[in-house]
Design a binder for this molecule. Structure first.
Ligand code: AMP
Ligand code: MG
Length: 399
């Protein structure tokens, strides 16, 4: 029986970071991981720009101006945001401009309209200003060639705005990783279909899929498969063809219809581990086929979830080199009694908040999912450990 950490290392050793680039439309790039550095190919602002509604002037024409002794300038034209017209610039001239307007060559400052008489043909200037006042130079925000975002950035809405300001409309991002889910069990039916006697609804596939898609993992294949060796082989092959990693559920134990171990062997998969020091989910199997990792989980929903959480996010974080995909781990102080002493390491469902962790439920069976809704983490309990309220324990938050 192997330790979980060893099993995880064996799986990680079989995969490589997935760093193929795909280009997506800017509008679809939020929450993706940038696969290349982005450098500006233009200046921002791209033209000299007014920061105020007022008059573009030559600062040198304004010394000494105040309300008692205004400087009078000749208004040679009017420019609104979006206009681009060359206007003459001589001593004693001004141009009426609005916020965002182009400031024609030769003018080096903008006096705000409140400091003038709002004149049309001539304007009285009530204040002296210095070069550069209310005037945005070309490239003062971003210079052409400057690196704007680094490869590996997790793109946020603000990053999207930045890319848009540079006119970038196709963004190089890392391809998403793809994970197939094959739910094995002749009793399984998809929600929405009628439930005949002896059947149950497939809950795990929906739970895992929702969790993965929320974190940007694609799930191109979710199928239910009967407990039939030949069908299982075909379905497993399809699942492999469609994804970077395959998760199967059910059929890993020792029942007559637990066919996964045989099927994996007959397909030529390399077995990495088949029993781990963990409860629930001791019989989880890790294997590799065609260079792809197959994680075969128990069909008991809580066991499947606990083991999925342990392995999958580490694999996903390694594939994408995005550490934010890892689960959050902490220590917390146990509030409630937990009377059992387990021979194996155990993941117990619990609720953690503000450094304390409570056990909202007395039912810990691996088949029971209903009480997980009151929980937000696992307590990771060492084998043989006796626990008392007040003890410090390791916790792993649900992703
Ligand atoms: P198995 O791992 O195939 O022995 O299944 C263990 C238990 O989990 C059985 O009671 C199954 O009916 C149940 N089970 C298997 N797969 C699923 C699933 N996808 N969703 C919900 N329950 C399942
Ligand atoms: Mg089964």
């Amino acid at each position: 029986m192997k330790e979980l950490e060893e099993c995880l290392e064996l799986l990680l050793a079989e995969i490589h970071p997935k760093n193929q680039t795909e280009y997506v439309a800017l509008a679809d790039a939020c929450d993706r991981i940038l696969s290349e550095d982005i450098c500006a190919e233009m200046m921002i602002p791209p033209y000299p720009k007014s920061a105020m509604d007022g008059y573009a002037v030559r600062a040198e024409d304004t010394p000494g101006a105040d309300r008692e002794h205004p400087v009078i300038l000749q208004v040679v034209g009017e420019l609104f945001a979006g206009d681009y017209v060359q206007l003459p610039c001589r001593k004693g001239c001004a141009v009426r401009v609005m916020t965002g307007s182009y400031v024609p060559e030769g003018y080096d400052a903008v006096i705000r309209q409140e400091d003038t008489d709002y004149g049309e043909d001539t304007v009285q200037i009530y204040r002296s200003i210095t070069t550069g006042t209310n005037y945005c130079c070309v490239g003062e925000d971003i210079r052409e060639g400057q690196q704007i975002l680094a490869k590996g950035s997790h793109l946020t809405a603000l990053h999207i705005g930045l890319l848009a300001s540079l006119g970038i409309h196709r963004v190089p991002v890392c391809e998403k990783i793809k994970c197939s889910i094959l739910s094995t069990g002749s009793e399984l039916v998809a929600p929405g279909a009628p439930l005949l006697p002896g059947k149950i609804y497939n809950s795990i596939a929906y739970m895992l899929r929702a969790s993965m898609e929320r974190w940007g993992i694609q799930v191109p294949f979710t199928e239910i498969c009967k407990d039939d060796k030949e069908i299982l082989k075909k379905q497993l092959q399809k699942a492999l063809d469609r994804a970077d990693i395959v998760i199967t559920t059910g059929g890993v134990s020792v029942g007559k219809k637990d066919l996964l171990p045989e099927v994996l062997e007959e397909l030529g998969a390399k077995k990495l581990f088949s029993r781990a020091n963990i409860q629930p989910g001791t019989p989880t199997i890790g294997s590799v086929l065609e260079g792809k990792v197959i994680l075969s989980l128990s069909g008991n929903p809580y066991a499947a979830y606990a083991n999925f959480e342990y392995y999958f996010w580490e694999l996903a974080a390694y594939f994408t080199q995005d550490a934010s995909l890892k689960v959050r781990r902490e220590h917390a102080v146990l509030s409630d009694p937990y009377p059992k002493v387990n021979r194996l390491r155990r993941f117990v469902r619990a609720y953690a908040e503000n450094g304390r962790v409570a056990l909202p439920t007395a039912v810990h069976a691996s088949s029971v999912l209903s009480n997980v809704r009151d929980c937000n983490c696992f307590i990771d309990i060492e084998p043989g450990r006796e626990l008392h309220p007040g003890d410090k324990v390791r916790i792993r938050y649900f992703k």
